[in-house]
Design a binder for this molecule. Structure first.
Ligand SMILES: Nc1ncnc2c1ncn2[C@@H]1O[C@H](COP(=O)(O)OP(=O)(O)OP(=O)(O)O)[C@@H](O)[C@H]1O
Ligand SMILES: [Mg+2]
Length: 587
């Protein structure tokens, strides 16, 4: 029974959330506690005004004792002043603590985002990410902290006001408190009803952000296809969905304020009715009655507007669920507890019966088997959508194989320490992403502590030196978000330089020279072959002239290996796919 109760308490929402947020509060516990403690006098002082009215009425108004008339206003001024100063301090401290906590949570979320599986990014829209990793944290913490101050103040204010009520008349208090708890009860039932609507709001909120990011990244497509109306209509549709959700929420919550207002009036009516009787029968003084009514009005006042606060608190709970859901999620692609550090590659890389699918029941790779010796250059060629990029992604463990294994020197890459594996692989992606910043910063991403000489060498190998020398600011030229100020080929060469400078034993070049002119391609090709000494290189290319010299050419066709061999072997082979592809490209 006790255990059951304990479990029930554990699963209670508020407790669950506070347990999770506690590690984030702990570093600032002292200030957080002070901020909480300050709210006690702030709340309690509310009652002083109501309380003081009784002696004021009875002594000054009824007994006409003017000696005390100056005392009461003075008391009120002193108390209000103290209350205002404390309020300022509480707001300052709360904001300080709250912002620090939000920052820490956002930092954790961002680290989590960086470490997320690539498949997470396949499934998640940009709007979702902005919303869940940024806005949700703001709403979760902001809502909670603002409301926390208000709540603790209100709780202490309510407690002290209830004392004033009881002090004046227990009979009237019974009526007042019955009405109060009767009014609050429906609130406890609301959260369940609102859950779906709140989730929907998140979904629509994320979708709205996605529209903006799409408008940003797709602006050229929108202009060239005249998609203004089409995009605006889609945006309107999402706005309309949001509108419907807000109205559904209002339908469920909007009755609260008017209902509270009505209930409160009932309470006041009841109190006046019974109060008049108590006064006339001499059980209550006029001062006591005024003091009681004032305390009651102060107690009831916040309840009238409680609807909005409840909404924001439930919203912040929903967001907090989401935020902690993300934080607690463990990525599937990670190092095992006793993972082996990959120092270098000594012998070979083996793909053993590798099968893979991005989505369940839609196989992309089937039984891929091949071995690459250290220092070899393998080329992956074949039709578009065949699975070449996928094979390369599996080696970097962007995804894990469905069955079979990839082994480096006989060790399954899933047993290797993930960072050490990725450290050993330099990739030039098919669609290269550069970051906002200078060319130098982008190249240094490959190796943060590269020397000037290393940078120079990488620029030379990537055939970039000539281009850089034409820029007034040289390596310090800003390239814009995603490298937008560079041409396609220039972007590709910066990416090649970034991969070269990494100086990794395994190199993957996915269509790395596809956007280069013939002369640059030749230079880069030469650099690749120069650098390949002692390196294991995977070249993916549609232009077969670039793979002629590879030690091994693998033709991937619809997720299976159709042919393996050297250029000469495959050219001579009867009915070879490679040979026919090669011939069509030559003419
Ligand atoms: N992130 C993904 N999620 C789901 N399916 C994917 C994903 N990436 C690729 N695919 C699918 O996997 C298959 C293989 O794609 P992959 O990119 O490996 O082909 P490829 O051989 O590199 O083609 P290309 O020469 O056009 O670059 C394709 O059918 C593609 O639709
Ligand atoms: Mg590809």
């Amino acid at each position: 029974m006790l255990q059951k109760l304990k479990n029930k308490i554990k699963t209670m929402h508020i407790i669950k959330n506070y347990r999770k947020i506690y590690p984030y509060v702990r570093p600032y516990l002292f200030r957080a506690l002070i901020a909480m403690l300050i709210t006690i006098p702030i709340g309690a002082m509310d009652a002083v005004i109501a309380w003081v009215l009784k002696p004021y009425m009875d002594v000054v108004m009824i007994d006409k004792n003017m000696n005390s008339s100056i005392l009461f206003p003075a008391l009120i001024i002193v108390f209000s002043l103290t209350q205002s100063l404390l309020n300022y301090a509480a707001t300052y401290l709360n904001t300080w603590v709250g912002t620090k906590i939000t920052m820490d949570i956002k930092r954790t979320l961002f680290r989590k985002l960086m470490r997320s599986d690539p498949s997470f990014f396949d499934r998640t829209s940009s709007g979702d990410i902005v919303f869940k990793f940024n806005q949700a944290a703001d709403i979760a913490c902001g809502g909670l902290l603002n409301n926390l101050k208000m709540f603790t103040t209100r709780i202490f204010s309510s407690l002290s006001l209830i004392c004033v009520l009881l002090w004046n008349s227990w009979q009237l208090s019974i009526i007042a408190l019955t009405v109060l708890f009767g009014a609050l009860f429906p609130l406890t039932q609301l959260r369940r009803k609102l859950k779906d609507i709140m989730k929907g709001t998140v979904f629509s909120g994320a979708k709205i952000i996605s529209h903006y990011t799409e408008a940003f990244s797709g602006n050229r497509v929108v202009s060239s296809f005249n998609l203004y109306n089409y995009q605006s209509d889609r945006f309107s549709e999402t706005l309309h969905q949001m509108f419907k959700l807000i109205m559904r929420m209002t339908k469920k919550m909007g009755f609260l304020t008017p209902m509270m207002h009505f209930m409160v009036s009932l309470g006041i009516a009841g109190v006046i009715w019974l109060g008049s009787y108590l006064i006339s029968s001499g059980q209550l003084t006029a001062g006591g009655f005024v003091s009681f009514i004032t305390a009651l009005l102060m107690l009831y006042h916040p309840i009238k507007t409680i609807g909005n606060n409840v909404k924001s608190i439930y919203m912040s709970f929903t967001m907090m669920d989401m935020v902690f859901g993300i934080i607690e999620k463990i990525p599937t692609i990670r190092s095992k507890p006793n993972a082996i550090l990959l120092e270098d590659i000594k012998q070979n890389i083996i793909f053993e019966n590798v099968c893979f699918e991005y989505e369940a029941k839609r196989p992309v790779l089937n039984n891929i088997n091949f071995t690459v010796q250290r220092g070899e250059v393998v080329a992956l060629v074949g039709n578009s959508g065949g699975g070449k990029t996928t094979i390369a992604s599996l080696l970097s463990r962007f995804y894990d194989v469905k069955s079979g294994a990839i082994k480096i020197d006989g060790i399954d890459i899933r047993d290797l320490e993930l960072d050490s594996l990725r450290d050993k692989i330099a990739v030039v992606f098919q669609d290269n992403i550069l970051f906002a910043g200078t060319i130098r910063e982008n190249i240094l991403l490959g190796k943060k502590d590269a020397t000037e000489a290393e940078i120079k060498q990488a620029l030379h190998n990537a055939c970039l030196d000539e281009f850089i020398s034409t820029l007034p600011q040289g390596l310090e030229t800003q390239i814009g978000e995603r490298g937008i100020k560079l041409s396609g080929g220039q972007r590709q060469r910066v990416a090649i330089a970034r991969a070269f400078i990494k100086n990794a034993p395994i190199v993957i070049l996915d269509e790395a020279t596809s956007s280069l002119d013939n002369k640059s391609e030749e230079i880069v090709q030469q650099a690749i072959y120069n650098l390949m000494k002692d390196r294991t290189v995977f070249i993916i290319a549609h232009r077969l002239s670039t793979v002629r010299n590879a030690n091994k050419i693998i033709v991937v066709n619809r997720g299976v290996i159709a042919e393996i061999g050297t250029h000469d072997e495959l050219i001579q082979k009867e009915g070879s796919i490679y040979a026919s592809l090669y011939r069509t490209q030559i003419v």
